[in-house]
Each structure stands twice: as structure tokens, then as C-alpha cells.
Write a protein that binds this ligand. Structure first.
Ligand code: F6P
Length: 324
């Protein structure tokens, strides 16, 4: 293998740049030509591809976002789109790929490998931490810390006014961001898609709060089945008299996707990037490089995208216990 290319796809996450830098420099270190593809699979289809040098990735390890831009490609979902992408890779002589992204990215990578046999390795880049085959995904730690900073600020004003805040965090169908913010932010309740919590449960919990607790924080993960934070707040509100409690809602949104990556995400991105390139050189393919128990592990894309990654079982219990 002489020429490889790297791209980012799906929602960006802090630490993707550290991963790109690692792929480029590890590749060059091992004597490969490394190319970048802009805008994920769309850029592959359009031939938005250029050769990288070691200095092309200078001064990016500390930056959020992705210098390669990202997109969720509609065209790559079609066989014709994937054929165009393959033809572009042939044109540039690219023999291996590193895809940085989440389950959508890996689903595309798996199909592409099966159809055209281009060796492809993945790095888990998403704030959601919902990928099987790695303890953490690149960007999750930063997102949790960003959300916590906001939650701490909201708690100050919640306490000052004796208010109940419903704070919505990201995570698509996963409650990882929610539960870690709940524990770290001292929330009174956490609603995540992995557990069944009814509106009655929320109301009951508020009615039984000790008298000294005059303000509360409820973390709502965006995938919660009872609805978004605002809908849940409105349903709960109906169970209280007008002047009994004051409710507010805050949706943190995309603030969680930006910002300088934490040390943990820079390190994870760098480790996964190196492992992906060295995996390709050793002949690994159709799999993701992740880190489990502090050890690099290669997991087939098929498992990454189909197997569940349940919340750590003791986290929900811990959160509940600490919120009394
Ligand atoms: O997958 C990352 C994520 O931020 C999810 O938490 C969220 O559901 C989704 O992406 C939002 O996507 P978009 O930026 O396309 O609105």
C-alpha cells in the first residue's frame, strides 16, 4: 500500500482534527502518500481530494470541528454514487481509506468495502459515544465537559430563583452524554432513552423532594421517548398549581459539538488515527480502531453498527442515589 486517504463524515466532533493529524503524520512516517478528502463521501464522489504534507496538519490538534469539513451524503447511499466515488479513488491511485465518523459513516464504509474491496479502517468520531468497540468515542469527553460548564451556570441561576430547569443534551438515541452530565452536574433526575421513566415518575419524584431542595436540574437526553425537554416540562407542569413551582427549559444544542478538545479527546483521536494507519499497513480492513481498557482494539464494522453499547449499569443507580 502506497497511497491512502482520510476523511471525516457525519456530525463533527472535537478531536477529529487530532485524529486527522495523526493519520497524516503516521502515514508519512511509514513512507505512505496521504491524501485528504473534503466533505466526507460527497468529496469522494466529486474528487475533492488533495495530497497532504506533514505541515498541512500543523496547528490543528487543539482545534474543534474538522479541517476536512463534514457532510451526510445522500448520493453515497446510492450504488451509482458509490461507483463514482470508487472511480475517483482509482483516478488518484488511492489504495486504502481512513474514515473518521460514527455509525452512519461505518455503514457506508462497510457497503463500500463489500462492493469494491477498497481496504478501509474507521476511527470513532462522534460526541454520542454510541459506538460498540470502543470505551469512548472521539469528542464525547469534550461534549460532556462543555455541557457540564453550561449546567453549572444554569444551576447558579436556578438556585437563586428556586426554579426547576429541564436541560436537554445531545446524544441522538444514546443517553451517555445525559447520564454523565447527570452525575457530574449533580442533577436531581436524568431522563435517557435506555430507561423507561414516565411523567408520573417525574412528578412523584418532585413531590417527594426534601424541603431544603428549592431548585432542581433535570437532564433530558434528546432521544428520550417522553418527548423533548420542552414537551416534558409542559406535561409535568400540569401536575402543579400555577404558583407552586417555577419551571424553565434550556436546550444546549450544537454548543456541545464545538470547542477545543479535551486532553482525553486529543489523545484518543491521536491513538485511533495511528492505529487505523498501522492497521491498514498490516492488512486490517472493514473494521474500526477503538480503545477498550486502554488497549487498541480492531472491531468489524458489522459489529460496530449492529451491536448495542449499553450504559454502564452502575451509572444510573449512582445518579439516583446521589440525587436524594
Ligand atoms: O451524532 C452527533 C449529533 O450531534 C447527535 O447528538 C445529534 O442528534 C445530531 O448529531 C444532530 O445532527 P445535525 O448536526 O445534523 O443536526
Amino acid at each position: 500500500m502506497k497511497k491512502i486517504a482520510v476523511f471525516t463524515s457525519g456530525g463533527d466532533s472535537p478531536g477529529m482534527n487530532a485524529c486527522i493529524r495523526s493519520v497524516v503524520r503516521t502515514g508519512i512516517y511509514h513512507g505512505l502518500d496521504v491524501y485528504s478528502i473534503m466533505y466526507g463521501y460527497d468529496g469522494m464522489i466529486n474528487g475533492d481530494i488533495k495530497k497532504m504534507q506533514s505541515h498541512s496538519v500543523s496547528n490543528i490538534v487543539q482545534r474543534g470541528g474538522t479541517i476536512l469539513k463534514s457532510a451526510r451524503s445522500e448520493e453515497f447511499l446510492t450504488k451509482e454514487g458509490r461507483k463514482k466515488a470508487y472511480d475517483q479513488l482509482q483516478k488518484f491511485g488511492i489504495e486504502g481509506l481512513v474514515a473518521i465518523g460514527g455509525d452512519g459513516t461505518f455503514t457506508g464504509a462497510k457497503v463500500f468495502f463489500e462492493e469494491f474491496g477498497v481496504p478501509i479502517l474507521g476511527c470513532p468520531g462522534t460526541i454520542d459515544n454510541d459506538i460498540y468497540g470502543t470505551d469512548y468515542t472521539i469528542g464525547f469527553d469534550t461534549a460532556v465537559n462543555t455541557a457540564l460548564e453550561a449546567i453549572d451556570k444554569i444551576r447558579d441561576t436556578a438556585a437563586a430563583h428556586d426554579r426547576i430547569f429541564f436541560i436537554e443534551v445531545m446524544g441522538r438515541d444514546s443517553g451517555y452524554i445525559g447520564i454523565e452530565c447527570g452525575i457530574g452536574g449533580g442533577a436531581e433526575m436524568v431522563l435517557v432513552p435506555e430507561t423507561k421513566t414516565t411523567i408520573d415518575d417525574v412528578v412523584r419524584s418532585f413531590k417527594s423532594l426534601r424541603k431544603s431542595k428549592t431548585s432542581s436540574i433535570v437532564i433530558v437526553a434528546e432521544g428520550e421517548e417522553e418527548g423533548d425537554a420542552s414537551q416534558i416540562m409542559n406535561k409535568v407542569k400540569q401536575h402543579f398549581k400555577e404558583d407552586e413551582k417555577e419551571f424553565k427549559v434550556t436546550t444546549l444544542g450544537h454548543i456541545q459539538r464545538g470547542g477545543n478538545p479535551t486532553a482525553m479527546d486529543r489523545l484518543l483521536g491521536s491513538r485511533c488515527g495511528m492505529a487505523a494507519v498501522e492497521g491498514l499497513i498490516k492488512g486490517e480492513s472493514n473494521c474500526m480502531a477503538g480503545v477498550i481498557n486502554d488497549t487498541v482494539v480492531y472491531t468489524p464494522f458489522a459489529d460496530c453498527i449492529t451491536k448495542d453499547k449499553p450504559l454502564k449499569s452502575d451509572y444510573l443507580r449512582l445518579q439516583e442515589m446521589l440525587s436524594i
